[in-house]
Design a protein around this ligand. Structure first.
Ligand code: DGL
Length: 240
């Protein structure tokens, strides 16, 4: 039996952080990574533009016969996952910031995300939402030299010292340690473990025999070689 084929799709290099997490926690699967780097960032685009980009890219991904597609992007997951799931016959999973479960107690909880993602959470009472309009683009453009990014510029309006910090964009995970140093939260969250749980459940239902072979990872699309380079030279060294 062939190993399950899991296709990850992000606007660019951000989804490599999710690939890293899934790769560390699963074995015996094949990952295909697709980044739409030429159109990145997605987070400031209109819903209609994101919808049309997602539809075209899913048509492309469908030619690889994926067992499952994962939107390795909070923006795509929140903006288009429901609609796209109805249009394609393979399952689509997403990555979502774990907001609701953190809103139960009287804590200062801060969400950092793209513009589009922030709109979904702006009405959550007690949640401090900070859309960072240019950080994902800055990470995308400096993926090979992340230390050049001036985080002070992006985070200057956010008061440090919070109970919970939620990183609601997969690009931000490439600078997780630096953001934490800056904002000094007690705890940091992101959507990756939730995605892993959903994926593990899905793989269990497929009833593919569990094996402990090394995962295969392939990079696909126009930016395959760039994403592969970032994967090997930057992301694989980051403990996420
Ligand atoms: N990495 C994506 C996210 O999680 C998209 C960032 C962007 O392209 O703006 O939202």
């Amino acid at each position: 039996m062939k190993p399950p084929r899991i296709a990850l799709f992000d606007s660019g290099v951000g989804g490599l952080s999710l690939l890293n997490y899934l790769n560390q926690n699963l074995s015996g699967v094949t990952f295909l990574y697709y980044g739409d780097n030429a159109n990145s960032p997605y987070g400031n685009k209109t819903k209609a533009d994101i919808f049309s980009l997602a539809f075209d890219r899913l048509l492309y991904l469908s030619t690889f016969n994926p067992s499952v597609v994962i939107f390795a992007c909070n923006t795509l997951s929140l903006t288009t996952l429901n609609e796209m799931s109805k249009l394609f016959d393979f399952p689509i999973l997403g990555v979502f910031p774990p907001v609701e479960s953190l809103m139960k107690n009287d804590c200062r909880t801060v969400l950092l995300s793209t513009q589009r993602t922030s709109e979904f959470y702006s009405s959550v009472s007690g949640l401090e939402v900070h859309p960072l309009l240019t950080l994902a683009g800055d990470i995308e453009n400096n993926a090979l030299s992340l230390s050049k990014i001036c985080l002070t510029k992006h985070l200057k309006y956010i008061k440090e010292g919070m109970d919970n910090l939620i990183l609601g964009c997969t690009h931000y995970l490439l600078l997780k340690n630096e953001i934490v140093d800056h904002l000094k939260p007690r705890k940091v969250y992101d959507g990756a473990s939730n995605t892993l749980n959903m994926l593990a459940k899905y793989l269990q239902n497929l009833k593919t025999p569990v094996n402990h072979l090394e995962n295969q990872i392939y990079f696909i699309g126009n930016s395959a070689s760039f994403n592969k380079k970032i994967w090997f030279s930057v992301v694989k060294n980051i403990k996420i």
